[in-house]
Design a protein around this ligand. Structure first.
Ligand SMILES: [Zn+2]
Length: 355
């Protein structure tokens, strides 16, 4: 993803709550920001192609009317905000809070902070913002000289419900992370000897077979990349599949894992802490959406400005999938359990909750 923050000096990003208030004091300020984000060179009518200053309707700040063909264009068309009755300022607050708070925000916290009367509104806004968390991350990681990728899999969550020994509802998550080396002269973390995480990819996989694990790696890691894994046999085919594979014999010794694959274990530990602390009660069929959110936060932890605009679907270089596309095939997520709100998923088919 290109980092266009440097190219768009006309689109400032608030660094604090007072700055946010100054930049986005009302609906028309949000509308003006949206307009600049979408048409950096000035309005061009999507219907007839004419450019030039459009008519503006004071009572409808979200609409521009072409002077030539007189048709209306909504500023939110093609963004995650399209078709909602929620004020732009509420969307902007949501994107700001989601982008700037490291662990994110729960629907209940968001509802309280914005004084929204309905929980469902808060939930839907946050759930729609997650749509913008996917499309920016479609390129494959790795592929750079001097860097390698650590890959591993882990079980997430799952309580038993009196079904007897050996029965669990844990979900298998595969992950790969770029490992970079700090430049000489910078102060390294002694435990990781100067290594730190680049970008990460996470996916729910059905099992620990070679097809599942190597298939995951092929879909998200560039060919030719050096990949470090443990010595689980399913990874053995990685060389044949075009990677420079280096298996580590762990033999269950956590110190070996810490020494050779410290970054992926850090990612797993962060993921589990985050799922438990912020979103306890994520059901298995929604886990991938939360993995997407975690990936998005992790990969943009240094770029809240890009996160803010990706979330709203106005990043310019990103075409977000529509809400319907993104959640096609998923159960209606209205009552997905979020943090500390004691709601129970209305989807009775999933008895398991994660974490
Ligand atoms: Zn027109």
């Amino acid at each position: 993803m290109t980092i266009d923050v440097l190219l768009r000096g006309d689109l400032p990003f608030p660094r604090s709550l007072p700055e946010f208030q100054q930049l986005f004091p009302d609906e028309s300020a949000c509308a003006a920001y949206l307009e600049r984000a979408r048409w950096s060179g000035g309005f061009a009518c999507p219907h007839c192609g004419a450019s030039g200053e459009p008519y503006r309707i004071t009572t409808r700040p979200g609409v521009l009317r072409c002077r030539k063909c007189r048709r209306d264009t909504r500023l939110t068309a093609g963004t995650v905000m399209e078709g909602t009755h929620t004020l732009l300022s509420v969307w902007f607050w949501a994107a700001y809070l989601v982008a700037s708070q490291t662990p994110g925000i729960s629907a209940v916290q968001f509802q309280r902070q914005l004084g929204l009367s309905r929980y469902e509104t808060a939930f839907q806004i946050l759930h729609k913002l997650r749509v913008g968390m996917v499309r920016p991350d479609q390129d494959r990681i790795g592929g750079k000289t001097g860097e390698h990728v650590e890959a591993d899999e882990t079980w997430v969550g799952g309580r038993t419900r009196g079904e007897g020994r050996g029965v669990h509802h844990m979900t298998l998550v595969a992950a790969a992370v770029e490992v970079r080396q700090r430049k000489p002269g910078t102060k390294p973390n002694p435990r990781r000897s100067g290594r730190y995480a680049g970008r990460v990819r996470l996916a729910v996989v059905p099992d620990r077979s070679a097809d599942s694990l190597c298939g995951f790696i092929e879909s998200i890691v560039a060919p030719g990349t050096r990949i470090i894994t443990d010595d689980w046999s399913s990874y053995a085919g990685l060389n044949k599949r075009g990677y420079d594979h280096m298996p580590i014999v762990e033999r269950g010794d956590p110190q070996v894992a810490e020494e050779f694959m410290p970054i992926i274990h850090l990612v797993f530990s962060n993921l589990k802490t985050w799922l438990r602390g912020i979103h306890h009660g994520v059901s298995p069929q929604h886990l991938q959406a939360y993995l997407n959110e975690f990936t998005f936060r992790f990969n943009r932890r240094h770029y809240p400005f890009n996160a803010f605009r990706s979330l709203l679907g106005i990043a310019g270089d990103v075409t977000a999938p529509s809400y319907a596309e993104f959640y096609a095939g998923e159960h209606a997520p209205l009552y997905l359990v979020d943090v500390c709100d004691n709601r129970i998923s209305t989807d009775q088919s999933s008895s398991a909750t994660l974490c």
